[in-house]
Write a protein that binds this ligand. Structure first.
Ligand code: ASP
Length: 262
């Protein structure tokens, strides 16, 4: 995805530099994007059935005990997700974006529910664009920041990787030192940037975080059984952060334009 984004940026600059002659290509790209979003919407309307099919074998193979034994670490991860969304997004959207936190979360509900059920930032993208625009994000800004955010902005994934690394370390009887914990923060942030906006990719990138502090990669197996449940929450946080960013940048641009017009 990153390669696609970089190539798109170059094409975008090219279209601007070509002026009138580049307009047709710009319109073609816009129309192709609209068609892709419609196709994606059709596909994701089937996602609740898909989610059921993914969770059912995990519980059938391991029994409901698998959900019980990992309930604690799941609860910690979800507490992290909720604290981050409530503290960071509410305050930034309220102070910098001029949108009340209650209206923000209410307006974002359809996209958050889609992210929760599909566990895919990319899958929730069409709804995220729609919700953000309704909340005041500008079309030009939302259509750039949201696809970019769905690829590289993954706060929920970083929280998940941090929580799971500590959990896996304690399962192996290892206590992480302070420098190791700081390394986890750094590598989880980097790994989340490299994570693709599709289900399960955060768990694959968890290997990088574990290796950075010398933990065995096999530890991933401890959390793999319930990754879907982690993923639903972390994806919801990921897309909410993207929307908060789109709203804040739109508001900043509006203010800048108003200042320039004076
Ligand atoms: N499923 C997440 C997303 O799409 C990525 C991850 O697995 O952490 O945002």
């Amino acid at each position: 995805m990153l390669q696609v984004i970089v190539a798109s940026l170059f094409f975008g600059f090219g279209i601007l530099l070509a002026g009138e002659k580049g307009e047709l290509f710009g319109q073609f790209a816009e129309s192709a994007s609209e068609v892709s979003l419609q196709i994606m919407s059709l596909i994701i309307s089937l996602s609740p059935i898909g989610v059921f099919c993914l969770i059912a074998p995990v519980v059938a193979e391991n029994g409901p005990v698998i959900l019980g034994s990992l309930a604690m670490v799941l609860a910690v991860a979800y507490m992290g997700y909720i604290l981050h969304a409530v503290l960071v997004y509410s305050s930034t959207v309220g102070v910098l974006g001029g949108v009340s936190p209650i209206s923000f979360f209410k307006g974002m509900m359809p996209a958050m529910m889609m992210a929760f059920s599909s566990a895919s930032s990319v899958g929730a993208l069409p709804l995220n664009i729609e919700c953000s625009e309704k909340l005041g994000a500008r079309k030009d800004i939302a259509s750039f920041t949201l696809p970019l955010g769905a690829t590289i902005n993954m706060d929920g994934t970083a929280i998940y990787q941090g929580v799971c690394t500590i959990f896996i370390a304690s399962c192996f009887g290892i206590t992480l030192t302070l420098p190791q914990q700081l390394t986890v923060i750094l590598t989880a942030t980097l790994a989340s940037i490299g994570t693709a906006g599709v289900p399960g990719s955060g768990m694959i990138m968890l290997a990088m975080v574990l290796q950075s502090v010398g933990l065995p990669v096999e530890g991933i197996a401890l959390v793999a059984g319930v990754d879907r449940v982690f993923d639903m929450g972390r994806t919801t946080v990921n897309i909410t952060g993207d929307a908060a960013c789109a709203i804040i940048v739109s508001r900043m641009e509006d203010r800048k334009e108003a200042r320039n017009a004076r």
